[in-house]
Design a protein around this ligand. Structure first.
Ligand code: SF4
Length: 445
């Protein structure tokens, strides 16, 4: 059972040395209880306390990693049933199915789709991440596709029920840490031994969660920890019920045999691509760790990625952009200087409007802890002296020879204080709405 911050504090050294980058042991304990830091950051915890805290602070759904380096997909690690209770941590990996029955052109198209369909949204890159390679009887093709996937920027799920063929594919991809799919009641010992030999994550496929729980118990007894669950239900209603039941059993029932992320197959639940994406969106919300699609196209995958982004952002933390100076449209020493806050949405709307205006400009983004202009002003984080001090420290004075600064229309009230702080600068009040920036900037020049 999860410990509270105070319970964790009792197990810490309480020296407030600050080596964990928190000012006090209490602050560290509170962050640990909230799942916002790692126990390893405190180098002074005793082994006994470490063991107690590791067990207690482990999430009820184990975090499992598939793939390596930049292409690693982390799934599981969840601690709540509903996003608004805290946050969902690890977004589900989205994958495309590839089989050994497909020709080279089709295989390449699908692997390339994992690279091609990338989208930028509020500073985040959204993309599908996983190639799910299925063996249907042609070993040479299966191994050739595994080899092809080896050099692609994606993670891999290897799907095969023949342990000998799986071993050959694992040998090809072992450095890419693929997920082995799947250990079943009749082959779990061979698949468990394979996963253990190569230290790879293993998927467990059983008929319903009773059979799955029995398999995870046996595999856990073999020493395997990184498991991924499939209850093999391919009717949407049944699969959905299992997802919810597994999450509830792990979180509320503390039932460890089901405390693992899941893999789902919308690709096997319908032949209609649009319906498939609707089903996939159901599993984004509740509670898939991996979602395998039959194919990927822009019109189907983009809304799914966007839904995933929305659900897996932390509702307690506004999205922010890094503080700094952003040159837009190749500005020079005569270009206007605009300042605003670092709420991501503000940054992307304002920078987009400046880009549209085609007026070369310097956009100065000030850290307001992700608050929008009005909220930051009301909270005292976007006020005259702070904005003035930021402009002086930002280095923008080295980029321009004029001393004119445009502030958001909603922050007009800071003008007096700002001019006092920024001696020698003339402060101009910009439009309230970003949409009016292009006309405003064109009129300046
Ligand atoms: S490093 Fe450990 S002992 Fe030091 S302040 Fe952090 S929690 Fe306390």
């Amino acid at each position: 059972m999860a410990l509270t911050g105070i319970q964790i504090l009792k197990l810490l050294p309480k020296t407030n040395c600050g080596e964990c980058k928190f000012p006090t042991c209490l602050a560290f304990a509170m962050a640990l209880a909230a799942g916002k830091t790692e126990l390893d950051l405190c180098p002074h915890v005793s082994d006994a306390a470490k063991s107690e805290l590791s067990d207690a602070s482990a999430p009820p759904i184990r975090q499992v990693s598939i793939g390596v380096d930049d292409y690693a997909v982390r799934i599981g690690g969840e601690t709540v049933l509903f996003r608004h209770e805290k946050t969902f941590f690890n977004k589900p990996g989205i994958g495309v199915l590839i089989t050994d029955a497909m020709d080279d052109g089709e295989v390449d198209r699908r692997l390339s789709a994992l690279e091609y369909f990338q989208y930028e949204r509020v500073g985040v890159t959204m993309k599908p991440e996983i190639a799910a390679i299925r063996f249907t009887g042609n070993k040479d093709r299966f191994l050739a596709i595994a080899k092809n996937a080896q050099t692609r920027p994606c993670s891999v799920v290897l799907m095969c029920d023949d342990a000998a063929v799986m071993k050959e594919a694992v040998e090809v991809l072992k450095d890419r840490k693929p997920l082995i799919y799947a250990a079943r009641p009749d082959n779990y010992e061979a698949f468990g031994a394979l996963a253990k030999e190569y230290s790879l994550p293993l998927s467990v496929a059983g008929n319903g969660f009773d059979e799955v729980a029995s398999l995870t118990e046996k595999l856990t007894a073999m020493g395997l920890k990184d498991l991924v669950i499939d209850t093999t239900k391919r009717q949407v209603r049944d699969a959905f019920i299992d997802q919810v039941a597994i999450r509830r059993a792990a979180l509320m029932g503390k039932f460890k045999p089901l405390g693992f992320p899941t893999i789902t197959f919308p690709c096997e639940m319908t032949s209609d691509p649009m319906k498939e994406i609707v089903i996939a969106s159901l599993f984004v919300a509740k509670y898939a760790g991996i979602i395998i699609l039959s194919d990927i196209s822009g019109e189907t995958v983009f809304p799914l990625l966007l839904q995933r982004l929305n659900i897996y952002t932390d509702p307690q933390r506004p999205m922010t952009t890094k503080e700094g100076i952003y040159p837009i449209n190749n500005p020079d020493e005569n270009s206007p200087v605009i300042v605003t806050c670092n709420f991501s949405l503000t940054y992307f709307i304002v920078s987009g409007e400046i880009e549209n205006s085609r007026v070369p400009s310097w956009l100065c983004i000030m850290d307001t802890e992700g608050l929008s202009v009005m909220t930051a002003w009301a909270a005292g984080k976007f006020v005259g002296d702070l904005v003035g001090s930021f402009i002086k420290k930002s280095g923008i004075e080295n980029n321009v020879k004029h001393r004119n600064l445009i502030i958001p229309g909603y922050a007009a009230a800071i003008l007096g204080d700002l001019e006092e702080e920024l001696q020698g600068w003339k402060v101009l009040i910009g439009p309230r709405e970003a949409a009016h920036l292009p006309a405003y900037l064109k009129n300046l020049s």
